[in-house]
Design a protein around this ligand. Structure first.
Ligand code: PLP
Length: 257
């Protein structure tokens, strides 16, 4: 799908990053003989939802360790997770920060918060390999940085730009580099991080962002999520308006939501 944005043609690759992140983790869990997946997330975590679904589809029990107190009725994300069979365990914010596994869980395969580990990077690298050398610039939203780390490592040409959705994301460059180091023993690919388009921080939805999301839907018939892809596309529009990319460059944005 192609759209006009900031006076330029932008190719959209509409594809969730979740199956890419989970693929090699599920294979490893099975190879190690595990029947249960355990992971962490906030109450609105797409990753919890995706792990619950993948667990059900591939025959794993799933446990989600959720930050904060239980709030009833469950929000749509947690309700979906429980409908897939996920058991939810709530921990206070302090405990959550330490990523301690609550006592009493069965033997399990642990997937980190956001699903970003070396196997997730390898999975996301396959997206980069599929894009190959078709584009000069490939944009992706960045939370924990795992998707960017893999995508950039897999590209055969051009550069990847991660649009940070969190405020004060200066740490993200190190996080991406560390993930690539752990995965490949080196930092790979041509990538950078844009930290200017967080719109106030994670899950903040100021009017300017919502206006952009509405305008984009009216023009292109595609509803962007305001937490990840809305910020990236709005940021990309600003960069394009400012003439950041030479005219001949082919631009792609990965719509991960
Ligand atoms: C829709 C969407 N896009 C992008 C991301 C960011 O991915 P990462 O945490 O690998 O940077 C996430 C979070 O996993 C997400 O849910």
């Amino acid at each position: 799908m192609e759209v006009q944005l900031g006076g330029r043609r932008v190719h959209l690759r509409v594809e969730s990053n979740k199956p890419r992140k989970l693929k090699y983790n599920l294979i490893a869990a099975r190879e190690q003989g595990h029947h249960t997946l355990v992971t962490f997330g906030g109450a609105y975590s797409n990753h919890l939802r995706a792990t619950a679904l993948a667990g059900r589809l591939h025959g794993f029990q799933t446990v989600g360790i959720v930050r904060g107190e239980e709030r009833l009725p469950l929000n749509p994300v947690l309700r979906f997770a429980t409908e897939q069979g996920m058991t939810l365990t709530y921990v206070d914010r302090e405990t959550y920060r330490g990523k301690l596994i609550p006592a009493g869980l069965p033997p399990h395969y642990l997937i980190p918060e956001g699903g970003s580990n070396e196997l997730a990077v390898r999975g996301c690298a396959e997206l980069g390999e599929e894009l190959g050398s078709a584009f000069d610039v490939v944009c992706v939203p960045a939370g924990t940085g795992g998707t960017l780390a893999g995508l950039a490592a897999g590209l055969r040409h051009g550069r990847a730009i991660g649009f940070a959705v969190l405020k004060d994301a200066g740490w993200l460059r190190d996080a991406v580099a560390t993930l690539q180091q752990r995965t490949y023993g080196e930092v790979r690919g041509n990538w950078s991080i844009e930290t200017r388009f967080h719109f106030g921080g994670y899950a903040k939805t100021p009017p300017a962002l919502l206006t952009f999301v509405d305008k984009f839907e009216a023009q292109h018939g595609l509803r962007l999520d305001p937490i990840y892809t809305g910020k990236m596309m709005s940021g990309l529009e600003t960069l394009l308006h400012h003439g950041t990319f030479p005219q001949h460059e082919r631009i792609c944005a990965v719509i991960t939501g």
